[in-house]
Ligand binder design. Sequence first.
Ligand code: UD1
Ligand code: CA
Length: 459
Amino acid sequence: MKKGFLALILAAGKGTRFKSEKAKVLFPMLGKSMLNLVIDCIQGLKPEKACVVVGHQKDEVVKEASLLKVHYVYQKEQLGTAHAVMAARNILLKDRDKDVLIINGDLPLIRSETLKPLLDSHRKKGNSLTFLTAELENPTGFGRIIRSEHNMIKVIEEKDATPSERKIKEINAGVYLFKIKDLLEALPKVSNQNKKSEYYLTDITEILSQEGKKIGAFKTSHSEEIIGINDRYELAMAIEALRERKIRSLAQRGVTILDPSTAWIDLDVKIGRDTTIYSSVIIEGDCVVGTQCKLYPFVHIIDSRVGKRVKVLSSTMIEESVIEDDAQVGPFAHLRPKTLLRKGSKIGNFVETKNTVFGRRSKAGHLTYLGDSEVEDEVNIGAGTITCNYDGIKKHKTTIKKGAFIGSGTELVAPVKVGKRAYVGAGSTITKNVSPESLAVTRSNQVEKPLRIKRKKRK
Ligand code: UD1
Ligand code: CA
């Protein structure tokens, strides 16, 4: 049986170049934090235990780590990557005969599939250390790999490299597999005699190499996944790469994305087959969209469920809502949190809903506000209907029973109920319950009087 391994994610650094109060690893990338992406990748390799080294913005990072069900250790001062590993010494000591996978927390594009061969190679060769390298067209900022005679390998950091060393294109990706025993013996030998006065984890390559230990530098061909995000421009580039990856995977699963360059779809969003996404659509957070839907331009959906064959017309915003099969929304509609549109219902232009259940085949076509209401099936809501749900202190409920008809320009002053198949005349202000099968009108009668002043006739 294969030996288990531990995983250690280095995430204590401030990310100085981000110029932010927030720790770099907490920055969101298509709905997930940078740390979450790295943890997802590591969990895909099934370590026995995963542990995050936290430091800068400790409490916030710990909160994220615990949500993701990983352990953490605290690195009080950030004195370098080797110093960060030192912070996990007690955990490592408990498993001296195992391996540890150490990964920089700012490597969110890397996939488990890319790390699996590194793990396999490390185990097969019985190395002391195997680390991931890549050949980059522009290696700026990375540690360079120096391979010399007798299989000696070391990493030299950019700041400490000579001009000719800087020309080397093979770089250190920031993922290492160590035999824990050898790592623990080498760590105290790392010094901070370098340009940054930091304890570099990368110095261990030279230390182990000189001791004659077996080291492997495993070059991956997936160099596009090797990005050590140091500033917000690199973050934007990495998000763009993830976005493209998501679009590609949706397309491969049968979703039509008409304008891939403008679709913005979070990583966890699920979309069914034969759904068509028009240009500039944004789908964020925890969303599921069913099959054969059409999402027209400028639709923005957040944390919602959308059924099958739903049409969402242009410039519509949907938040924390549920839309059942065959419903239609928009254009220019706003479904605010806790809206439930039942099967086959229709919400038209300039309609806003909030905390509202809207029944099967019911319709609200134009210019309407429905808040804190329960609208049963087959109800017709005329243009310009408003539920007056707020009295300045409390919110109140409006109930509209099955088959009722609300005439245009109606105000329903909650709490109020309109009975089954009742009819409310246009322009009414309804303050009392309306009985089933009856007509309620509150507008005053139209009067007609002769004009006192003569109006000039237009020529
Ligand atoms: C590091 C490598 C470099 C490699 C590059 C890949 C070292 C010395 N250099 O450089 O060879 O090419 O990554 O992206 O390791 N961290 C801590 N505690 C600390 C310092 C850092 O937890 O005291 C964490 C950071 O939060 C970060 C990771 O370690 O997630 C890497 O640190 P960073 O400062 O970004 O290293 P690089 O300079 O990019
Ligand atoms: Ca980095």
